[in-house]
Design a protein around this ligand. Structure first.
Ligand code: HEC
Ligand code: HEC
Length: 291
């Protein structure tokens, strides 16, 4: 494989050099790799040995300096997260995350809940109300990861979904639609555009939400939303739902106005009713005039 590859490359680089010879002169640095590649090609075994030794060295050096807490369930630094938490969150959630009259306890809510709440700008809460609204995000991804790591140390809770959890390449959009209609539309409506609940609360639109935050919403059940644990909706089913939401929000309902995603036939009916109403109004107006 290797010798063939390089012989394929050789004429290409030679041709490139022939087309623009002065380009090589002007940029001697760029020409260097081409020259050094030649002796390596003659001794492929020596080169790969060298590479192996170099890689081994890099690995050894890295393991010496790698952060000691790399094995906690959230990627952030709990120590840095604690500082951020004390400065920005403890006034409502307590200095140990135990909660206060102004905010619930965070013991056991897990890293996923922090990433969802802070990552969608709900937290830190700006002002008390029936429900923390989606808002602009006030922390960097790294700071969020740090606070998530800290809260994860308070007690076991749902951890942040892995890349594998969020890999939608095998997801079944049709099945996702079925799951969405049975579990989510009663609050988020057929189009996923949300709707009012009782006591001034509401289910927001899910159409602009990132796959990561959709996954975390299901894992943590914010506010009135139920928790969809993995025993209820497996990670695979969660991916199907996310793929469905992403597909249906990219290709919105088949009609023009949406009309609660009832589809084109409902829209036709709606058009008819409006048009008929107008015709009737005209008729009434004309007969009034004639009198
Ligand atoms: C002004 C008070 C206040 C501040 C400041 C605040 N929170 Fe909250 N937090 C609340 C309230 C109230 C709720 C419940 C809101 C709701 O469910 O709509 C809440 C809910 C949460 C939840 C969800 C808990 C659960 O049961 O899943 C998390 C996680 C959270 N906050 C994290 C944070 C973090 C992290 C910060 C700091 C960056 C922060 N909060 C700052 C008041 C606050
Ligand atoms: C009982 C009603 C209810 C059901 C059922 C429900 N949700 Fe929710 N959902 C809510 C409420 C209420 C919120 C807002 C929570 C908050 O603001 O703290 C929410 C928030 C969300 C969000 C965050 C949207 C954003 O960006 O602000 C997503 C995503 C979501 N839900 C997805 C789902 C999915 C997927 C399902 C079905 C598997 C589902 N929900 C089922 C009530 C519900």
């Amino acid at each position: 494989m290797r010798p063939e590859d390089s012989s394929d490359l050789a004429p290409a680089t030679a041709a490139a050099g022939a087309v623009e010879p002065d380009a090589v002169e002007r940029a001697p640095a760029a020409a260097v790799p081409a020259r050094t590649r030649k002796p390596l090609r003659r001794r492929p075994l020596g080169a790969s040995l060298l590479l192996l030794v170099a890689l081994g060295l890099v690995g050894a050096v890295y393991s010496l300096f790698a952060p000691a807490n790399a094995d906690v369930d959230a990627p952030g630094s709990a120590q840095a997260g604690r500082e951020l938490f004390l400065a920005n969150c403890s006034s409502c959630h307590g200095t140990q995350g135990q909660g206060s009259s102004a905010g619930p306890t965070l013991v056991g809510v897990g890293a996923a809940s922090v990433e969802f709440q802070v990552g969608t700008g709900r937290m830190p809460l700006a002002q008390p109300g029936a429900q923390a609204p989606r808002d602009y995000v006030r922390f960097s991804d790294e700071e969020i990861a740090d606070m998530a790591a800290y809260v994860a140390t308070l007690g076991p809770g749902p951890s942040i979904p892995s890349d594998e959890d969020l890999d939608l390449s095998e997801a079944d959009v049709t099945r996702g639609g079925d799951i969405f209609r049975t579990n989510c539309t009663m609050c988020h409506n057929y189009a996923g555009s949300g709707g009012a609940l009782t006591e001034g609360k509401y289910a927001p639109s899910v159409n602009q939400t990132s796959p990561r935050h959709i996954y975390e919403a299901m894992l943590t059940g914010p506010q009135n939303m139920p928790v969809f644990a993995d025993s209820q909706l497996t990670p695979e089913m969660k991916r199907d739902v996310i793929a469905y939401i992403k597909t249906s929000s990219e290709h919105p309902s088949p009609g023009i106005t949406g009309l609660g995603a009832l589809g084109p036939s409902a829209e036709g009916l709606f058009g008819w009713v409006v048009a008929l109403g107008l015709l009737l109004a005209c008729a009434v107006w004309l007969t009034q005039k004639a009198k």
